[in-house]
Design a protein around this ligand. Sequence first.
Ligand SMILES: [Zn+2]
Length: 420
Amino acid sequence: MFESGTLGGVTDGKMPLIAKVATSVSKTAAALSRAAGRGDGSVIGGWIGLKIDPDLLTHLASGRAVALVSGTNGKTTTTRLTAAAVGVLGRVATNSFGANMPTGHTSALAKEGHTPFAVLEVDEHYLPEVIDATRPKVVALLNLSRDQLDRAKEVAMMAQLWKTKLAGHPEIKVVANSDDPMVVWAASGSPQTTWFSAGQRWLDDSFVCPESGHPIERAQGDWWCTGCPLRRPRPQWVVEDEGVIDPRGDWHLVKLQLPGRVNIGNAATALAVAAEFGVRPIEALPRLNRVASIAGRYAQVDRDGRNIRLLLAKNPASWLEAFDMADQAPTLLSINARDPDGLDTSWLYDVDFSPLRDRPVLITGDRAYDLAVRLQVNQVPFRHVQSFDEALRSVPPGRLEVIANYTAFQDIRAELDRVN
Ligand SMILES: [Zn+2]
């Protein structure tokens, strides 16, 4: 696409010179941003790189076998587990927490230099664009549900965008969740699909068939549309007890440091994606076990005799998952409603808090009073505390579970000195 004789036409190896310049500037910008204490620099570095060479992501991705991981929930954890599993075969470039848009992908690939593999977490809105830019070998689709209240109507629209894009790329191996009707529909036009069953806790966004508009019925883990042929495909990878059944029917014990059945589902997804690269579960499992914490999530910190565990819950579906992961122990809930969280807290009424009834519950955060009203309605006793420090002092030594939404989670992490 570059004219010969211009900067872009001068190539050295496979990558045009302009892409090399952009890569180098991108890395320098990221390093400067880190040095200035402005986060990990991955967004600004990628942004500058893409300004210099708009095709930089394509240039950086070429020559690598790429897997993309997308969905509303679990993508950061699943990406981390998948990168660990694919790591059996060689070096893997992967993006860090939060940098799941093209700027972050660009920066991640530039930073790692050449690697044979890349496993990238992709914001669900950007998946079609990133498929075009990176030409992935595998795309993993986890789930689709409302993220913030003001985005609720986008679920079916997002599924449609995925479906259209994937149908145009029959070469991509799709690894998709058979338990989520929106995901199944999105993957239904792809000729090479592997299904995994990782459960679906949140059903509110898939009561209506996206194909025909008829009600979807459910029974014993199965689901089907009452008006058209859309129904749950038979999964090849299935979570059972504390392990995963592979397509050959062999059961593997999954020992993780990450809590909850939700993460066994994430591990099943990682194993299914890694299998597309030729990694066997028996090779991948010891690596999954070594993943302890992801950008502070699930991190355990000991402070004043309390073992504090941090769980991020950013939307209704992930609150339900956090309740599943939390032990029966004193639990601090913290809610903010700043820009990244969504300003409207009425989603609190979509979540059933009754699983917390039998434990001491503390509440804090900018919108603790919204939470107080919700817990009152749900008949969950609670106590309000002004700060994380006060919460710590008001529970006995032992485990303290902390469940917080996005900016509240960041606040608590900052108080704990950016734990990892
Ligand atoms: Zn239907």
